[in-house]
Design a protein around this ligand. Structure first.
Ligand SMILES: [Zn+2]
Length: 257
């Protein structure tokens, strides 16, 4: 499975898209964290995760839809989501965009669990008093707050990306796993700022230019510039950047390609 040029198609007779995509995922997906080439489904009553790896115990949640994924993904209860992303066994997210007419999987994106931060979770308005679950509060996952490094393609234009490339991309930023959730938010936001600069090098002022975007994301922080400099140092220590002096930085190619 997962060989290059292999087309991702359903092989299920079910007319139910959810059943079809889950069936496909069960048969076709592999563990990005270890060398295990298959994932197993949880019992149906497991509340947040769908698949897991028997070898390394990584958990995965599937979300599938018939239209391309935009900047937000609707998820479940806000409180559950916050508890989950602060827990050690937080599942990674696998987004599946399928085309029912052609019985094919158009695109699959993996968001590793360590690319989630509190600022990527948006609280929705409580359900109206007239609703069956009045007062229930759901959440959205803001995909545009997740760096490109955290949106790993598994299937593109109905073709599998080579498995080794998926695993390599997962490993690149797996060090984020060790950061505590609050520290991770700033690190992810800074990685995103660096991704938004073009070319192999950038200047500190280009990162400072993102201050308005960051003050929206972190409304309680008054010292954004100091935070950014601190995160750039973390990125340097992790080999993602090189400091060239005079406020100039070079991106490490293997992290930003
Ligand atoms: Zn595994």
């Amino acid at each position: 499975m997962g060989m290059k040029e292999e087309r991702a198609v359903f092989a299920s007779s079910s007319q139910n898209a959810r059943v079809m995509t889950e069936d496909w995922a069960k048969r076709s997906l592999f563990c990005p964290n270890c060398s295990n080439n298959s994932l197993r489904p949880f019992a149906a009553n497991k509340p947040v995760a769908d698949l897991f790896c028997e070898a390394c115990a990584e958990e995965f949640e599937l979300k599938s839809q018939a239209r391309p994924f935009g900047r937000k993904v609707v998820d479940g209860a806000h409180r559950t989501m916050i508890e989950r992303i602060t827990a050690a066994n937080n599942p990674s997210l696998i987004l599946i965009h399928y085309a029912k007419e052609t019985a094919s999987i158009s695109k699959v994106i993996l968001v590793p669990k360590f690319h989630f931060s509190l600022s990527a979770i948006e609280k929705r308005k409580p359900l109206a008093d007239t609703a069956r679950r009045a007062g229930w509060v759901g959440c959205n996952i803001l995909l545009d707050r997740i760096p490109a490094a955290g949106k790993i393609p598994i299937v593109t234009d109905s073709l599998f990306v080579p498995t080794h490339s998926v695993r390599e991309k997962w490993q690149r930023t797996a060090f984020l796993n060790s950061a505590d959730i609050n520290a991770r938010g700033w690190l992810l936001a800074t990685i995103k700022c660096v991704e938004q600069t073009t070319g192999p090098e950038f200047h500190l002022s280009q990162i400072y230019d993102r201050e308005p975007q960051l003050s929206a994301e972190f409304p309680n922080n008054r010292n954004i510039r100091a935070k950014l400099r601190q995160q750039l140092q973390v990125m340097r220590d992790r080999g993602m950047l090189q400091f060239l002096g005079n406020g100039r930085y070079r991106k490490t190619v293997t992290f930003f390609s």
